[in-house]
Design a protein. Structure first.
Length: 264
């Protein structure tokens, strides 16, 4: 553990989480955006489904930990929703069990502390043709018609247990030519899709009525940008403009953010 202590934002899920730190990935972008305000912690496990996730909840998120995460962003469902294999093996998890597993994950995370917040990501759509071209029969059990009910069930569950949910199924399909621009292999995200994910996460965090706010502009900045050196480059304003594509910063907000240069 290195200091000073910062809020912890944990990304927990399957390959869409594990690979989120690739070039242009949504996890890497969040780490960049929160680089002086919070730590982004990766707990991604390629190939996993929600059944595996509930087995390790107490190990990944122990209730007796001295420091609990401020925010956990969770993604499972893409593997759960694959077509059942004739052998009875494979990543498929029936919809009812998936819903129960996600409930257990959500309730466990909410019980960690009264300051721990949770966001679920629904399964996104996929490019079935691209999957076939790249993987052949190895991943033939992945179909949008099978995945969509899992996204809908997760949205309903989140309303029930009062957890924020980002509908990636819908958000990605709202963009032009999403089939050809959002996937590297039909399943995993390009930088374009990751940009959509980041914008949705920032929107939810910005709009959430959380106290304290976990929006990056609301968190204290670790150490001053220039320690008051006369005539130095305004590093604070430079920092604020780096991510304008993802979230434009009005000048008044920028000035407020620059005034928050405190040691945490």
């Amino acid at each position: 553990m290195v200091g000073p202590g910062r809020p912890q934002i944990v990304l927990f899920g399957s390959s869409i989480v594990q690979y989120s730190f690739t070039d242009g990935g949504w996890g890497a972008s969040l780490a960049d955006i929160y680089s002086r305000t919070a730590d982004i912690i990766l707990r991604g496990y390629a190939g996993w489904n929600s059944r595996f996730a509930v087995k390790v909840l107490d190990q990944v998120f122990p209730k007796n930990a001295v420091i609990q995460p401020s925010l956990v962003i969770v993604y499972f469902g893409g593997n759960d929703s694959t077509h059942p294999h004739s052998s009875g093996q494979g990543p498929h998890v029936p919809l009812s069990e998936f819903t129960d597993n996600m409930r257990r994950i959500g309730e466990h995370l909410l019980s960690l502390s009264d300051k721990t917040r949770v966001i679920f990501l629904t399964p996104p759509p996929m490019n079935e043709r691209q999957i076939q071209l790249i993987f052949g029969d190895a991943m033939r059990g992945r179909r949008n018609e099978l995945c969509r009910p899992y996204a809908e069930a997760l949205l309903n569950l989140c309303r029930e247990i009062n957890v924020k949910c980002i509908d990636l199924w819908t958000a990605i399909q709202q963009h032009d030519d999403w089939l050809n621009t959002c996937f590297t292999d039909g399943v995993h995200f390009t930088a374009k899709a990751s940009e959509i994910v980041v914008k949705e996460i920032l929107r939810v965090v910005r709009e959430a009525d959380w106290k304290p706010s976990l929006h990056w502009k609301s968190l204290p900045v670790e150490f001053p940008f220039d320690f008051g050196v006369p005539n130095s480059l305004s590093l604070c304003e430079l920092e604020l403009t780096r991510n304008e594509q993802l979230e434009p910063t009005p000048s008044s907000t920028a000035r407020l953010f620059c005034n928050m240069m405190v040691v945490t």
